[in-house]
Ligand binder design. Structure first.
Ligand code: GLC
Ligand code: GLC
Length: 819
């Protein structure tokens, strides 16, 4: 039986698993039985949590690998058990407001994922429970607010149980070093607070706690006593018996669980605030007395949120925070789906990718790679307008892992901010992304002082040079590393991590990214050529802007050389070539048997304007439609590789239609949409945007399977067994690029070095629309009016030549743009 034949597929009521509630900025999930866990993120800065629509997931402080607070098992069967465990025992019935862990059938269930919070609203046997999870701004803790109402006509005597399973901090050790781990777990219990202090006795100066703002009737910290022999989280013996064991664990599997007896008169409601917190203590203040941890900072944090009012005030503050962030760019068009995605979910997803890079999702375990260089640089492209100050700090962090020669580590660990030596460098697109995000930062803010910021190389103290020097070395790295056709050398890989032209791996287990003579002098990337032309120009513009006219000229000449080389050696007749391999053979050419056409250079070279006079861009886009377009977007290449090619690497390791071998790798779809706007093709631009846009796929959720409010990394291509099925939701560079695409390229509100420019590329059908944009301290109320007059820009009633809104120092501008 193939998966697409399973019964839910045929039942129309399972086409969707919820609905958008735009007014509340929420997605409301109406069943626990989504095809996959549908998740959300909690936390803004430091303390982060992942939470599914059955309250599964985990949390960590800054670094999902090194500072994991709650334990999570990725390969569990069934999946996604564990997480935030709440049970309500009502006589013989035990149920969970999030359906899990008890898995008792509910009378009603609802999960709402909102901006930095998730709520559950469920009922069973005339008891209603509402659970709200969020991380309050500026505090290192999760709050879990539980409201229980007795809707029956008689009194109820319930017992509420909570539960968290502690991770022993380092999530890698935690999942493998059992010979040590099972002896080191330590806790303290004081009143309603359970403190997790494993390894605090030695080198750690942090601990965690789980508390509730009520007197408890019992607690457990020993998992095996809580669960009972051979039982799982869905039926712990202590919950069944309605009685905690009052255990203080020593070693084995430390958990934290409270039990509270709750008496409710008919109609009565009670509210409890649970708090899961993380505390760091200065080394010299670690102990209250011998072996007893210093709880002062924990008590301070606990007291901050130990009333319903304080918890609710913190929740309101979080909502306000998001409302303000989302007021920076706001569109009103007649297309609800566009409004919803632009005003809420695209920007939200960008915040998540900014915070997480590709480290911690339900598909990235948080124990593998940390922050990616190119990933984080690109995430910034869509994040810039939200919190420019954080963007600035991030740019400096990223630039600090660059090597003196302009190349860079490919990844770094967020806690240490050091480059990851296991993967090293040699991904030759990386340096140019630094130029991309810095240029975008300056366009957004006008702040050129960032270019003077003393920034080290490879984090070596004393090696600091102004950030501008880092950008210069990035640009020069491409100039100094070209191959036989005058095109940039690819190195280990370019944006496509799986196009490994210098790898030649024959043994299983070897890393495609790090194996082999990666510095090959022959294999070239047409994609990097496109990047260099685009970002070389942006670098030259910065040079001009800060008065380095000579350098601008030199770089423009270099750009012209690569442009000419690409037009001569990078064009295949109907589309751009992808690369030359280590033998000098073409990759992504009509001459190839498989992998005749790739998406990446079509998007980037067209965005860069390569061959524009010759009509290359329009041809490239037509070819995309002809060879790569499917129902849900543009596939990465066609035809897929059906056998392993040692000279191409990981790309040919995937079965056809998956991942980099022919899936829609959503990240690069907006490149093509932006490219379409560069050649003025509004129809194609909007069509490409819509095809893979999550809200537009909501109605096929049973095929798509991942969350309809965020992008997934890939959607299986036509050659795949499960065509249309998405994978790896949430952490993808698509989020940032799509913000650039729809808000700037299509709707046309574009930050430039000189100010805000209005340059829409919309279809007639899209109609007129309004955008509010806060930019460099002023608010722009923009109306794009499709009246056929073609009058162009009018600012505060005065017609203006061109597209740039002149900055007259006002706080508010009224702008019209007539098409
Ligand atoms: C993954 C990587 C990203 C890469 C892409 C294509 O998403 O995180 O860096 O560009 O795959 O291979
Ligand atoms: C693997 C993944 C690819 C990802 C890369 C990151 O190769 O398949 O998608 O970009 O790892 O290093």
């Amino acid at each position: 039986m193939t998966r697409t034949n399973i019964t839910i597929r045929k039942d129309p009521k399972f086409m969707k698993f919820g609905f958008f509630d735009d007014a509340a900025k929420e997605y409301c999930i109406t069943t626990p039985f989504t095809p996959l866990p549908w998740i959300n993120y909690l936390g803004n800065d430091g303390f982060y949590g992942l939470i599914s629509n059955t309250a599964g997931g985990y949390c960590f402080y800054r670094d999902a690998k090194l500072r994991r607070i709650a334990r999570y098992r990725y390969n569990d069967v069934p999946g996604d058990i564990g997480g935030r465990l709440y049970y309500i025992k009502d006589q013989d019935t035990v149920w969970s407001p999030a359906y899990r862990p008890a898995e008792t059938e509910l009378d009603s269930y609802e999960c709402r994922h909102g901006m930095g919070y998730t709520t559950f609203n469920s009922s069973k046997n005339d008891v209603n429970a509402k659970l709200t999870f969020f991380v309050p701004l500026g505090s290192a803790c999760e709050l879990h607010k539980l409201e229980i109402v007795n809707n029956s006509s008689s009194a109820k005597e319930l017992t509420v149980f909570s539960g968290i399973e502690w991770c022993l901090w380092n999530a890698v050790d935690d999942s493998q070093n059992y010979q040590r781990n099972l002896s080191i777990g330590e806790l303290e219990v004081v009143g309603s607070t359970i403190y997790h202090k494993t390894e605090y006795r030695e080198r750690r100066n942090h601990y965690a706690f789980f508390t509730v703002n009520a007197e408890v009737d019992g607690f457990d910290t020993d998992r095996d006593v809580f669960l009972g022999a051979r039982r799982s989280w869905n039926n712990p013996v202590s919950v069944e018996n309605g009685k905690s064991g009052n255990t203080v664990a020593s070693g084995w599997y430390p958990i934290a669980s409270h039990s509270i007896k709750v008496k409710l008169a008919p109609g009565e409601k009670k509210t409890y605030v649970f708090q899961l917190g993380y505390i760091e203590v200065p080394r010299e203040e670690k102990w209250e007395s011998k072996g007893v941890i210093n709880k002062k900072p924990a008590i301070e944090l606990i007291n901050k949120y130990n009333t319903t009012e304080a918890c609710e005030a913190a929740f309101d503050e979080l909502k306000k925070y998001w409302n303000e962030l989302l007021s920076i760019y706001h569109v009103e068009s007649k297309d609800d789906k566009v409004n919803r995605m632009v005003n809420i979910w695209h920007q939200y997803q960008v915040m998540v990718t900014f915070n997480m890079s590709r480290s911690a999702s339900y598909w990235e375990t948080g124990i593998g790679r940390g922050m990616g260089f190119r990933d984080s640089c690109q995430d910034l492209l869509g994040f810039m307008h939200l919190i420019p100050e954080r963007a600035r700090d991030r740019i400096i962090d990223i630039a600090s892992i660059q090597f003196e020669n302009g190349s860079t580590y490919h990844q770094y660990q967020p806690l240490t901010k050091r480059g990851n030596a296991d993967i090293g460098g040699g991904f030759n697109d990386d340096p140019l992304w630094l130029v991309a995000c810095t240029a975008a930062y300056i366009r957004e803010t006008g702040d050129t002082t960032i270019l003077d910021h003393p920034t080290p190389f490879n984090n070596v103290e004393g090696s600091e040079k102004p950030l501008m020097e880092h950008l210069r070395r990035s640009i020069n790295f491409t100039i100094n590393n070209k191959g036989p056709h005058g095109l940039p050398l690819i190195g280990r890989a370019d944006w496509n991590d799986c196009l490994n032209l210098n790898c030649f791996s024959e043994e299983p287990g070897e890393s495609f990214q790090t194996f082999g003579p990666s510095e090959g002098p022959v294999a070239e990337s047409v994609f990097i050529a496109g990047m260099f032309v685009k970002y070389g120009k942006e670098y030259a513009d910065i040079c001009d802007y800060v008065g380095l006219a000579d350098e601008a000229k030199t770089i423009r000449a270099e750009v012209d050389k690569v442009k000419a080389a690409t037009e001569e050696f990078g064009w295949d007749g109907e589309w751009f070539l992808r690369a030359y391999d280590a033998y000098g053979n073409k990759v992504g050419s009509n001459e190839c048997e498989e992998g005749k056409i790739f998406i990446e250079p079509q998007g980037f070279c067209t965005m860069a304007g390569i061959g524009q006079e010759k009509g290359y861009g329009a041809k490239a886009l037509d070819s995309i439609y002809k060879h790569l377009m499917n129902d849900y977007g543009i596939e990465i290449l066609a035809p897929c590789y059906t056998t392993y090619h040692v000279e191409l690497g990981e790309i040919s390791s995937y079965p056809p239609g998956y991942k980099e071998n022919g899936a829609i790798f959503t990240h690069n779809n907006p490149w093509c949409s932006v490219a379409a706007t560069v050649i003025g093709d509004a129809e194609k631009a909007f069509d490409i945007y819509k095809r893979s846009c999550p809200a537009f796929l909501e109605d096929v959720s049973e095929i798509h399977r991942t969350e309809p409010y965020v992008y997934s990394q890939m959607i299986a291509g036509r050659a795949a067994v499960h065509y249309g099925e998405a994978k790896n939701s949430f952490l993808t560079g698509t989020a940032a690029w799509v913000v650039v695409d729809i808000t700037q390229a299509i709707l046309g509100v574009q930050p430039t070095l000189k100010g805000l420019s209005i340059k829409p590329c919309v279809t007639k059908d899209f109609g007129s629309y309004k955008v509010t944009r806060k930019f460099r301290g002023a608010t722009y109320n923009i109306s794009v009016i499709q009246d056929g007059s073609g009058k162009g820009l009018v600012v505060d009633g005065n017609a203006v030549e061109g597209n740039l809104i002149p900055d007259t120092g006002k706080k508010e501008y009224s702008v019209e743009f007539y098409i």
